[in-house]
Ligand binder design. Structure first.
Ligand SMILES: Nc1nc2c(c(=O)[nH]1)N[C@@H](CN(C=O)c1ccc(C(=O)N[C@@H](CCC(=O)O)C(=O)O)cc1)CN2
Length: 286
C-alpha cells in the first residue's frame, strides 16, 4: 500500500482564496478592512520567517497589517503596554503574539492580556475555556488546520478512534477537544505513555504533535490509518516531521508531508480567524 498524500499547500491555497473573497465582501459591506497585528519579540530566525509569512498573506488577502517588533531585552511591561495599545485600537481585529517568547517572559500571563474577541491564535485561557465548554469562540490555528485537512480528505471523524500524540497547549490539548466535538473517540498519548506503539496502532486516525523528530515509524501505525504529522524540525538534510515519512507512507492510507502538510494550514486558519474576529465585532450575534 502507498498512502495518498494530503496536500496542505493546495488546501491552504483554496481556503485563502475563499477568505480573500469573504474579506472583499466584508470590506464592501462595512467600509473597513479586517486588521491583523503581529508581535515578534526577539530575533528567533524561524519566528521571523513565520511572522513575515503571516503578514504577507494577510496583506495579499486584503487585510490591514499592524506589525510590532520588540527587542529580546523587552520587559514584561513593554509587551503588556503594547498588547494594551493594540487591544484598544478599533482598527485591529486580531492580535498575535508569536511564540516562543524569550525565556525571561511569562508566556501564559502575556497571552492572557489579549482580549478573547481579538485572540485570533485561540491561545488565551479564556478561549481555551470556551473550547472546553464547546461555546463559540476563536480556536487555535494548527489544530483547526489539522481538522480541516481531515475534512478535505473526507475522513470520517464521528465514531473513529483518533490518537493524538502530544499534549501541548498549542496543539495536542485543543486538538483533542476539537476532535471530541466531532464525536471521535479520542486518546491523548504523551511522553509518559507506556507502550506507545500499542496505543498508536489502535488509531484509525493518528495525529502526531510530539515535537520529537522521527518519533513515529511503521511499527506505530495500523495498516490503512490516516496520519497527520504536525511536527516541523530543521535537520541537516532539510525540514522533517515527527513521522518517518518514508516508512509510514507504505502502511498508511493517507499522510501529510513535511513541509507542505499542516504548516501552511496554520496560516490559512489564522487568516480565517482574523476575518471571523472582524465579523464578530461589526455584526455581533443577538
Ligand atoms: N503565536 C503562535 N506561535 C506559534 C504558532 C502559532 O500557531 N501561533 N505555531 C508555530 C509556528 N508557526 C506559526 O506561527 C508556523 C509553523 C510552520 C508553518 C509552515 O507553513 N511551515 C511550512 C514550512 C516553512 C518553513 O519553515 O520553511 C510547512 O510545513 O510546509 C507556518 C506557521 C510556533 N509558534
Amino acid at each position: 500500500m502507498t498512502a495518498a498524500i494530503i496536500d496542505g499547500k493546495a488546501v491552504a491555497a483554496r481556503t485563502n482564496e475563499e477568505t480573500a473573497q469573504a474579506v472583499a465582501e466584508f470590506t464592501d459591506r462595512t467600509g473597513t478592512r479586517p486588521g491583523l497585528a503581529t508581535i515578534l519579540v526577539g530575533d528567533d530566525a524561524a519566528s521571523a520567517v513565520y511572522v513575515e509569512s503571516k503578514r504577507r498573506t494577510s496583506v495579499r488577502l486584503g487585510m490591514a497589517d499592524f506589525h510590532r517588533h520588540l527587542p529580546s531585552t523587552a520587559s514584561r511591561d513593554d509587551v503588556a503596554r503594547l498588547l494594551d495599545e493594540l487591544a484598544s485600537d478599533d482598527a485591529v481585529s486580531g492580535i498575535l503574539l508569536q511564540l516562543p517568547l524569550p525565556e525571561s517572559l511569562d508566556t501564559t500571563g502575556l497571552v492572557d492580556l489579549i482580549p478573547p474577541s481579538k485572540d485570533v491564535d485561540g491561545l488565551t485561557t479564556a478561549s481555551a475555556g470556551l473550547l472546553a465548554r464547546g461555546l463559540p469562540g476563536l480556536r487555535p490555528c494548527t489544530p483547526l488546520g489539522a481538522v480541516e485537512l481531515l475534512d478535505s480528505s473526507e475522513v470520517t471523524l464521528s465514531g473513529s478512534r483518533v490518537v493524538v500524540v502530544g499534549r501541548s497547549e498549542l496543539v495536542g490539548r485543543p486538538l483533542a477537544q476539537l476532535l471530541l466535538q466531532r464525536d471521535a473517540t479520542v486518546t491523548t498519548a504523551h511522553s509518559r505513555t507506556q507502550d506507545l506503539p500499542a496505543v498508536t496502532r489502535d488509531a484509525d486516525v493518528l495525529v502526531v504533535a510530539a515535537g520529537v523528530p522521527g518519533l513515529i515509524g511503521a511499527e506505530h501505525v495500523k495498516k490503512g490509518a490516516v496520519v497527520i504529522d504536525v511536527g516541523i524540525h530543521r535537520t541537516e538534510t532539510g525540514l522533517a516531521g515527527d513521522v518517518r515519512f518514508d516508512e509510514v507512507v507504505g502502511v498508511a492510507s493517507a499522510i501529510t508531508p513535511v513541509p507542505g502538510g499542516v504548516g501552511p494550514m496554520t496560516i490559512a486558519m489564522l487568516m480565517r480567524n482574523t476575518l471571523t474576529a472582524a465579523i464578530m465585532v461589526s455584526e455581533p450575534q443577538q
